[in-house]
Design a protein around this ligand. Structure first.
Ligand code: ADP
Ligand code: MG
Length: 215
């Protein structure tokens, strides 16, 4: 059993046509700057370490980094993590496209010995953590089931747009659910999480992902 890093998990998603942030891992501050200029600033910078699954808990995520802040942010991130998680293996700093603004939703996949793969959908943040407002289907999930999964959560009106907010592109979320279902049938995935998928009126994009695969 192997855990894929955010970057590896997103490469897997990309292979199934799921939109992911443009990104690269930098091994030095200079490299981080070169990547940021290529992607276009502002960028997001995240610590990349197999020992740190929850990056923001240890100050490992910096959003909205401007061009002139990339080098100092790289150095700050590394020293902060060395203090916060002594001995953590640090692969570098993931420099990525800043997505959104939009709604944060989560897509999960879990292999069950009895049922096969179960696909989960919910709104991100407190909605899933406190209210457990999520929906489930057993894979394979097609368009009809995907749209049902999205519309049956209690928070669905939020995605449809309330108080003058533009509606989220529901079809683009359905496409991600279908693609994750296809991935589940072809890859040896035990668990996969897109947390969050950011969705607005223009589409959906995976900004964080993790996966556990067999072998
Ligand atoms: P964690 O390992 O703590 O889950 P994330 O990569 O999910 O770290 O980042 C934490 C939060 O930062 C996300 O929930 C999201 O709100 C925001 N975020 C992360 N990456 C991006 C991005 N590329 N664009 C916009 N917001 C982002
Ligand atoms: Mg996350």
């Amino acid at each position: 059993m192997r855990t894929l890093s955010e970057h590896e998990a997103k490469n897997l998603l990309k292979n199934y046509g799921i939109p992911v942030t443009k990104e690269s891992i930098a091994g030095s501050a200079d490299e981080a700057l070169a990547i940021a200029l290529k992607i276009g600033t502002p960028v997001v910078m995240k610590i990349s370490s197999p020992d740190i699954p929850h990056k923001s808990d240890v100050g490992g995520v910096v959003l909205n980094v401007k061009r002139e802040e990339v080098v100092t942010t790289y150095n700050k991130l590394i020293s902060r993590i060395e203090k916060a998680v002594p001995g953590a293996r640090i692969e570098g700093v993931l420099v990525q496209q800043m997505a959104g603004p939009g709604h944060e939703v989560i897509v999960g996949l879990k292999k069950d010995a009895q049922f096969g793969h179960a696909l989960m959908f919910g709104l991100g943040g407190i909605f899933v953590e406190i209210y457990r407002d999520v929906s489930f289907r057993v894979v394979p999930v097609g368009k009809k089931e995907a749209l049902e999964m999205i519309s049956e959560i209690k928070g669905y009106p939020i995605l449809r747009g309330i108080r003058g907010k533009k509606p989220a592109d529901i079809d683009s979320i359905a496409d991600v659910l279908i693609s994750v279902s296809q991935l589940a049938e072809k890859e040896n995935v035990i668990e996969l999480d897109i947390n969050p998928l950011i969705v607005n009126e223009k589409g959906a994009i995976a900004v964080d992902a993790r996966a556990m695969v067999e072998g």
